[in-house]
Design a protein around this ligand. Structure first.
Ligand SMILES: NC(=O)C1=CN([C@@H]2O[C@H](COP(=O)(O)OP(=O)(O)OC[C@H]3O[C@@H](n4cnc5c(N)ncnc54)[C@H](O)[C@@H]3O)[C@@H](O)[C@H]2O)C=CC1
Ligand SMILES: O=C(O)[C@@H]1CCC=N1
Length: 277
């Protein structure tokens, strides 16, 4: 069990993890220390809502933390690490949720043999439903992987992957919830245009998503087969799917994941230890 977890960065992802671990009872609010760049208002809000310990004193936040979670934007990685590196000790575990940034870079910036785990969670951590993938850096040994698993398994599933795969993971599951929300936005618009009341359409759309996700999870059937069971020849689904095909729906999604994956690679490029790679 961890006594203290520190967040360097207090944005959406930090908040999602904080909400999830407190909600699951995995950590008490007073075990969670949070700092950010400069936004005091944001820290006060997190303190008021979650009762966590917030401080602009990075030393206080990092000192004796079992896990230090880097949760700033990739562009702020150098400054963020610089601001805490002197306080971080080799017996602490650093977990980075930053898209694109390699463990090698983080280890080099820390300037010591600290265990670093790179993780890609998603905001469904808020309710314990993140799909998180993790990869171990040079000095992260099995016990560190276990510690990271313990943390992330509280807020969803945890899958260990090769670090190179984390770009694709980001394109699929890190950004993934946003694609689904975007789909829902479109379905809501369509429902409104068809004259359905907002309350009615919301209930129907959400339950349709939950039902489809549960079907995928519990029946073991392929999505293709599940789709075919809905698609009566000459029926409504066929008419709908033909329109999706006309608008290249699947290609759009495939390209969407590719773009997000490539963006993850791009985000990391300026921060490679060996930029020629
Ligand atoms: N939002 C999401 O769905 C996901 C985000 N991530 C990753 O999580 C990280 C954070 O993303 P968000 O929470 O969305 O960003 P955000 O912009 O909401 O939060 C970033 C936080 O970092 C802080 N920060 C900036 N510079 C800092 C510094 N020098 N020292 C300390 N704190 C500093 C900011 O004050 C802010 O609190 C990113 O690297 C992103 O790639 C990963 C998975 C999902
Ligand atoms: O959009 C982003 O860059 C971050 C990483 C994964 C989800 N949000």
């Amino acid at each position: 069990m961890f006594k203290k977890v520190a967040f360097i960065g207090a944005g959406s992802m930090a908040e999602a993890i904080i909400t999830g671990v407190i909600g699951k009872g995995f950590l008490q609010p007073k075990q969670i220390y949070v700092t950010n760049k400069e936004n005091q208002e944001r820290l006060s809000r997190l303190r008021d809502v979650y009762n966590v310990v917030t401080s602009s004193d990075k030393k206080e936040v990092v000192k004796n933390a079992d896990i230090v979670i880097l949760s700033m934007k990739p562009k702020d990685v150098k400054e963020g690490i610089e601001s805490v590196k002197n306080e971080i000790k080799e017996n602490q575990l650093v977990v980075s949720v930053l898209a694109g940034i390699s463990t090698d870079f983080i280890t080099a910036e820390l300037g010591k043999n600290v265990p670093v785990i790179r993780a890609m969670p998603n905001t469904s951590a808020t309710i314990g439903f993140s799909a998180t993938a993790i990869a171990a850096g040079e000095y992260a040994y099995p016990q560190h992987v276990e510690a990271a698993k313990q943390l992330f398994t509280n807020i969803g599933t945890t899958t260990v992957v090769d670090e190179d795969d984390l770009h694709a993971v980001t394109g699929i599951s890190g950004s993934g919830p946003a694609y689904i929300y975007y789909l829902v936005e479109a379905m809501e618009t369509a429902a409104k245009q068809a004259g359905l009341q907002e309350k009615v359409s919301k209930e129907l759309i959400v339950q349709t998503l939950v039902g489809a996700a549960e079907m995928l999870k519990t029946t073991n059937e392929r999505p293709e087969d599940l789709r075919k069971k809905i698609t009566s020849p000459g029926g409504t689904t066929q008419a709908g799917l033909e329109t999706l095909q006309k608008y290249n729906y699947q290609e759009a999604l495939i390209e969407c994941v590719k773009s997000a994956t490539e963006r993850s690679q791009e985000l990391g490029r300026p921060y490679q230890r060996n930029p020629s790679l």
